[in-house]
Design a protein around this ligand. Structure first.
Ligand code: PGA
Length: 256
């Protein structure tokens, strides 16, 4: 029922020219692919070039799957004196459809709190962007048996006061902090277990139908050789891929 979503988080990598050459190699590799929804999240400066390259490649004889473009961050305000920031409205005016909210690197290095992320989530939904809300425990929290508590708190605070009906497009990415960029992956069972915790908690907060329809992605050292075992778990509805999404062949293998 839930269409799998595979998203690339390029973080602070790739100039516009590098992003374009990625697409040149990548698009033919996923030609005709329909099983997964594909989202590319380049840096702000590469958003427009990536959108243009996807549009420019559309050709009736070579049907590419629809590739969506997402941002990696946004500000919660509609506009204002916030030097260096970018609003949800600016993103959607550009043709961006998705936005990553609350990646652990934003939480860790830029001090983003659950309360701030709640405002960002509400603003994204208001502008009809599809938010990919990231949650996940640190290694220490897992060792202390606090995984469920952390996930429940992060989810609960992020969606607090948002009308349940508005949450429907939201996607959640479970990204255990200890697995991001480390080469350590949660086992498929560990990930499935955490996904179930998230889904159960969402059901308690906003009801079963929304929780059942919610896509929960796994992120943290997803590579071509572990993608199949992770994605074959019924609880895992896709992946948020960092390092392995930078190379067109490896990202295409994950999608295939
Ligand atoms: P990784 O990053 O795949 O390089 O571990 C995932 C992420 O940070 O979203």
């Amino acid at each position: 029922m839930r269409k799998p979503l595979i998203a690339a988080n390029w973080k602070m990598y790739k100039t516009p020219a590098e992003a374009e050459s990625f697409l040149h190699a990548f698009l033919p590799l996923v030609e005709g692919h329909t099983r997964n929804e594909i989202v590319l999240c380049p840096s702000f400066v590469a958003l427009a070039p990536v959108l243009a390259a996807i549009k420019g490649s559309a050709h009736p004889a070579h049907p590419h799957p629809r590739i969506h473009v997402g941002a990696q961050n946004m500000h919660f305000a509609a506009e204002g004196a916030y030097t260096g920031e970018i609003s949800a409205g600016m993103l959607s005016a550009l043709g961006v459809t998705h936005v990553i909210i609350g990646h652990s690197e934003r939480r860790q290095y830029f001090g983003e709190t659950d309360e701030l992320l709640n405002r960002k989530l509400a603003a994204a939904l208001e502008k009809r962007l599809i938010p990919i809300l990231c949650v996940g425990e640190t290694e220490q929290e897992r060792e202390q048996g606090k995984t469920e508590e952390v996930l429940s708190r992060q989810i609960g605070r992020a969606i607090s006061q948002i009308e349940p009906g508005k949450l429907e497009p939201m996607v959640v990415a479970y990204e255990p902090v200890w697995a991001i960029g480390t080469g350590k992956t949660a086992t498929p069972l560990m990930a499935a277990d955490a996904h179930l915790m998230i889904r159960t908690h969402v059901a308690q907060l906003v009801g079963r139908p929304i929780a059942e329809a919610l896509r929960i992605l796994y992120g943290g050292s997803v590579k071509p050789d572990n993608a199949t075992s992770l994605l074959s778990q019924p609880e895992i509805d896709g992946a948020l891929v960092g390092g392995a999404s930078l190379d067109p062949a490896s990202f295409a293998r994950i999608i295939q």
